[in-house]
Design a protein around this ligand. Structure first.
Ligand code: KIV
Length: 259
């Protein structure tokens, strides 16, 4: 069964929505075959796959290239492409054109946009033009230069109120779900209860309607910093290193191939 936007929305308050990033055909096949309903081609690929220090250098061409590869590996999951830094902050026309590329060239089903009430006009335009939108509030990796780093958001009464207002504004604008990144668990619970669309948490506690993790973090592979809230469901780095070392040794000692 192909997951659609209405089917994801219908999960609100019911079965929790397992969401995972994927960056290429290889990872997309694994995620889709595991029955994960929502796959995010996150701009985190800048750090996990492309070796940048932040998500800021990621370009539209890189995102479309990776989204198309994910699309070739997915049969059932809903594919959301992350709009990269400066692909939607300029004119409406520029943002619409870029979002269109994800659908036409990348095969995505929807796009994700970072930001709250300030993105409402853009989100309404995208939805009116047939592009479903996943919202994203809380810690916004594309705003780290302004916020000063990867920090928990919504810890003061004022910032908690602002996040609640942002969530409601995004819902009214028509997003089909909202990512809550690094916000206190009790606040995520309140926002989740106040909305009719699902919340997808990352570092936001257990009360959201779904959870999202970065593919490499979940599997214990890769080279970057892993946030403290991540649960490693496997620890593949040592196994990969061991296999590569064994291969090197066998080639060097003429033990492989045997014939
Ligand atoms: O880029 C990404 O992977 C994300 C998720 C972690 C929410 O935005």
């Amino acid at each position: 069964m192909k997951w659609t936007v209405p089917k994801i929305k219908a999960l609100k308050g019911g079965q929790k929505i397992a969401t995972l990033t994927a960056y290429d055909y290889l990872t997309a096949r694994y995620v889709d075959e595991a029955g994960i309903p929502l796959v995010l081609v996150g701009d985190s690929l800048g750090m996990t796959i492309l070796g940048y220090e932040t998500t800021l250098p990621v370009t539209m061409d890189e995102m479309v290239h990776h989204t198309a590869a994910v699309s070739r590996g997915v049969k059932e999951a809903l594919i959301v492409a992350d709009m990269p830094f400066m692909s939607y902050q300029g004119t409406l026309e520029h943002a619409l054109e870029n979002a269109g590329r994800f659908i036409k060239e990348g095969g995505a089903d929807a796009v994700k946009i970072e930001g709250g009430a300030m993105r409402v006009d853009l989100i309404k335009q995208l939805i009116a033009n047939g592009v479903p939108v996943l919202g994203h509030i809380g810690l916004l990796p594309q705003s780290v230069k302004e916020t000063g780093g990867f920090k928990m958001q919504g810890k003061t009464d004022e910032s908690a109120r602002k996040l609640m207002d942002d969530a409601k504004a995004l819902e009214q604008a028509g997003v089909f779900a909202i990512v809550l990144e690094c916000v206190p668990s009790e606040l995520a619970q309140k926002i989740t209860a106040a909305l009719t669309v699902p919340t997808i948490g990352i570092g936001a506690g257990p009360h959201c309607d779904g959870q999202v993790l970065v593919f490499t973090d979940l599997l214990g592979m890769g080279h970057g910093h892993v946030p403290g809230f991540v649960k490693k469901f496997a620890d593949l780095n040592p196994q990969i290193q061991e296999a590569l070392a064994a291969y090197k040794k066998e080639v060097e000692e003429s033990a492989f191939p045997e014939r």
